[in-house]
Structures are given as C-alpha cells and as structure tokens.
Write a protein that binds this ligand. Structure first.
Ligand code: PEP
Length: 239
C-alpha cells in the first residue's frame, strides 16, 4: 500500500522539515510498513529519507533551459528527487496542461527512469454522462502513456472529488478501478477527499492500492493517522 501526501502550494521549507521529522518518527516508532510519499512545494524539495520518499509535484520535460517558472531534472537532481507527479487535475484544469504536455512529461521522465505517479480522472460533466464516458475520458488521458513502464503508479482522481470534501462512492471507485485494472496492472491509488473518516473504507476496496491525499495530508498528525489506517489494513488488522 502507498499513501502519498500532495502538499500543493502549502508549507514552507522549515515547516516541511518539521512535517517530515514528525512523519518519519511516527513511521519508525510504529513500525509502519505502508509506503509514505510526500510531494512538497518546489521550494521545499529535499532528499528522501529512509522511510519517506520525497517527490516533486511538477517539473518541465527538460534537463534545464528557458522555461520560466519551471524546474527541470537538473533542479530535481540536486536533491536526488526520483519521483514525480504528472497530470494532476489542478495542472490540467487550472494551469491548462493538455494531453500533449502530460505525455511529453511522461516520456521525458520515463526515459530518465523516474518513478511517475500519473493522475487521471474525469470532470463532473463527464461523470454525469455515465460510466462509459468516464472510461473513454480516462483512456484518452492515458493514450500514448506506456502502461508497461516499470516505475508507473496510476492515481484515479475524479476532478469533482478533489478538495471538495465529497469522495467518490465505494461503488464508483470499485467500478473505475476494476476497469483500469482490466488493462493496466500497475499500482492504482484513489485520490479525492480521502480523510481519516473514510480512508478505512476506501483503502479496503478491491483494486485500491493506496491513496493520493491532498487536504487531509497537510497536517502531519493527520497524514500519520492515514498511514496508520493503511498499515492496519495491510497487516490484516482491520480498519
Ligand atoms: C489531490 O489534490 O491530489 C487530492 C486528492 O486532494 P484532496 O485530498 O484535497 O481531495
């Protein structure tokens, strides 16, 4: 199981340090086996710790160059970052990143053998059009992405569930995850309003290999609680 924290544009260098210290101690003291991944803002990137992978929320598909406001692999290398989020819905829908850009990023960083957390998920109008429309939309987002890439992790994150407090229902998650698993056997996380109250149910679902968490991960104690829930499920101790 993997539980990943997307800190978005929250936290500073110093608060990320305290955050990682707290999470790292929690994992060590509680013998947590669930894998913890943290995506801090770019200004707070730092090397991974033994028990926490630190990844980047975004990078341009280049080593370096004239890409104002972006960072490339050279800047990631400085911190030994080898894990990257690609295609998050906020990049797609707020920053206007299109299918070409996400694909170019995937290709560039896969070529460099980065671990890639690739996000897919439909906006509300597609969900309202029905399950077939949802799967067609997701398949289009994955078009051209090498689903056999060894360091690929997928995250199903319905746009309408992100940051809204309203997670997808277990039925919705089960049907989309099972359809994706039908053509891709990579680890598949669910993301979209996962929190302490619903994590046990979501993480126990067939085809859910972990969670990508935004809001509920921003306070280290809450992220630790989510790790603990996932770990208990993984160890067969219940929710
Ligand atoms: C996310 O941004 O990846 C996310 C899942 O956010 P939230 O948990 O706040 O819905």
């Amino acid at each position: 199981m993997i539980v990943a924290a997307n800190l978005k544009a929250n936290h500073t260098r110093s608060s990320v340090k305290s955050y990682l210290d707290a999470v790292s101690s929690f994992i060590g003291e509680n013998d947590i086996k669930t894998r913890a991944v943290v995506f801090p803002p770019a200004t707070a990137l730092c090397p991974s710790r033994g028990n926490i992978t630190v990844g980047a929320q975004n990078a341009w598909a280049a080593e370096n160059g004239s890409f104002t406001g972006e960072i490339g692999s050279e800047q990631l290398d400085e911190f030994g970052i080898r894990t990257l989020l690609v295609g998050h819905s906020e990049r797609r829908h707020i920053m206007g990143e299109g299918l070409d850009t996400t694909k170019r990023k995937f290709d560039f960083f896969a070529e460099q053998e980065y671990e890639i957390f690739f996000c897919v998920g439909e906006p509300i109008e597609i969900k309202e059009a029905g399950f077939d429309a949802v799967m067609t939309y997701i398949e289009r987002q994955l078009d051209g992405v090498d689903l056999n890439y060894s360091r690929l992790i997928l995250a199903y994150e319905p746009v309408w569930a992100i940051g809204t407090g309203k997670a997808a229902t277990s039925g919705d998650i089960l049907s989309v995850h099972s359809a994706i698993k039908g053509f891709c056997d990579k680890p598949l996380l669910y993301g979209g309003s996962v929190k302490i109250e619903n994590a046990g149910e979501i993480l126990s679902l067939e085809g859910v290999d972990g969670a990508l968490v935004g809001t509920a991960s921003w306070i280290s104690d809450r992220f630790c609680a989510l790790l603990n829930i996932a770990d208990n499920i993984e160890k067969g101790l219940g929710q």
